[in-house]
Structures are given as C-alpha cells and as structure tokens.
Design a protein around this ligand. Structure first.
Ligand SMILES: [Zn+2]
Length: 198
C-alpha cells in the first residue's frame, strides 16, 4: 500500500487545469489504487489527482463501501440548487456550507476506460461537483462569499505552518489520530449521515 502526500491550500498544483487521460496504463492504475489508499487513510470520501500532485484528470469517490473511479468526468446536466457543508483533504479542519447544483449527471470513463454515467444528488451530487472542480483547479472556497472566504483564510493562516512544503504527510501518527477521530464520529452517526465532503 502506498500512501501519497496530499498537497494543501497554496500548492500551485491545486490551481492547475488537468490533462485528460487518453489511455489507461499500469502506472495510472497504480495511481488510482494509491489514491484510494490515501483517501481511506485520510478518512476522506473523495480525492482528485491534483491533491496528490498529479495532473491527470482522475478522481476517486467512496461514500460508503462503493468505490468509484472517475476518468475524464464531465458534468452534462445540472438542476436545482442546494447547500451542504463541505470540507477538503487539502484544507484540513475547515468546513463551510457551499451552494451547488442539487442534482448533476456526470459522464466519465471507468478504470477500464468504459463509459459510465452517474446521476448524483445529495451527498453524492455534492461530492461529484467538488471532485470535478478539483480537476479544473477550483476549490470549495471559491464558492464562498468574500466574507466567508476571508474567514476561511484566517482559520487557514492559523494552521498552515503545520504543513511544511505545502504537503500533508500521512505519517503513522497522523493516521492514528484520524482513526481515533473517525471512531468517535462513528459513535455519533453512521457514515452516510456525515456531511463532510473531501
Ligand atoms: Zn477537496
């Protein structure tokens, strides 16, 4: 199992446009596997390639034991508006309510490059939009009002020194702490009641 370092807010890679995947390779399959491992270790429910320093248009999502790989995903339909609290593995411990489309249809390729389509609403819909944003250099903070974004940046300024080189390293100590927090959450609510998007 390979855990990848997660780039945090301020890392230029998070703001770059990704490149579509033209052909699946064994190296990219390994990247997908490592992204899942990293996401699970970090207790996230979604992770996009730029967050692990890569520029391929790839994201992974797993809300509750149903792993989804999105290669070159495109939102083909949006409807309604809804608000949900979001967080991000690249902006740890900062959470704000974000307004997005209530429902989306996403067309993508799976890890075998077969076409797949998802209808996403609720948490899944939010997660799809959050991860696809990452693939175009956008972060959930971009959807906030100027005031809320300033508040988020103030909160970030207080903790950014915890991430030398703008990297979040999943050391055994970090993983143990995340696991302990997760166990505490599990006592309160089943995973599918969580509102946290990563
Ligand atoms: Zn994110």
């Amino acid at each position: 199992m390979a855990l990848l370092d997660i780039s945090v807010l301020g890392a230029p890679i998070l703001r770059r446009e990704t490149e579509p995947v033209l052909q699946m390779t064994s190296e990219l399959r390994q990247l997908v596997t490592d992204m899942f491992d990293t996401m699970y270790a970090a207790k996230g429910i979604g992770l996009a390639a730029p967050q692990v320093g890569r520029s391929e248009r790839i994201a992974v999502i797993d809300l509750e034991k149903s792993p989804i790989t999105l290669i070159n995903p495109v939102i083909t339909m949006r409807s309604g508006r809804s608000k949900r609290e979001e967080g991000c593995l690249s902006i740890p411990d900062i959470h704000f309510e974000v307004e997005r489309a209530a429902k989306v249809v996403v067309e993508a390729r799976d890890v075998d490059m077969n076409p797949i389509t998802f209808d996403g609403a609720d948490l899944f819909g939010t997660c799809l939009q959050h991860e696809i944003d990452h693939l175009h250099g956008r972060l959930f903070l971009d959807h906030l009002s100027i005031l809320k974004r300033r508040q988020a940046m103030r909160e970030w300024d207080e903790q950014k020194d915890d991430f030398p080189d703008l990297l979040r390293r999943l050391t055994p100590e970090v993983i143990a702490r995340l696991q302990a927090e997760d166990d505490e959450l599990d006592d309160d609510a089943p995973a599918h009641h969580r509102t946290d998007v990563r």
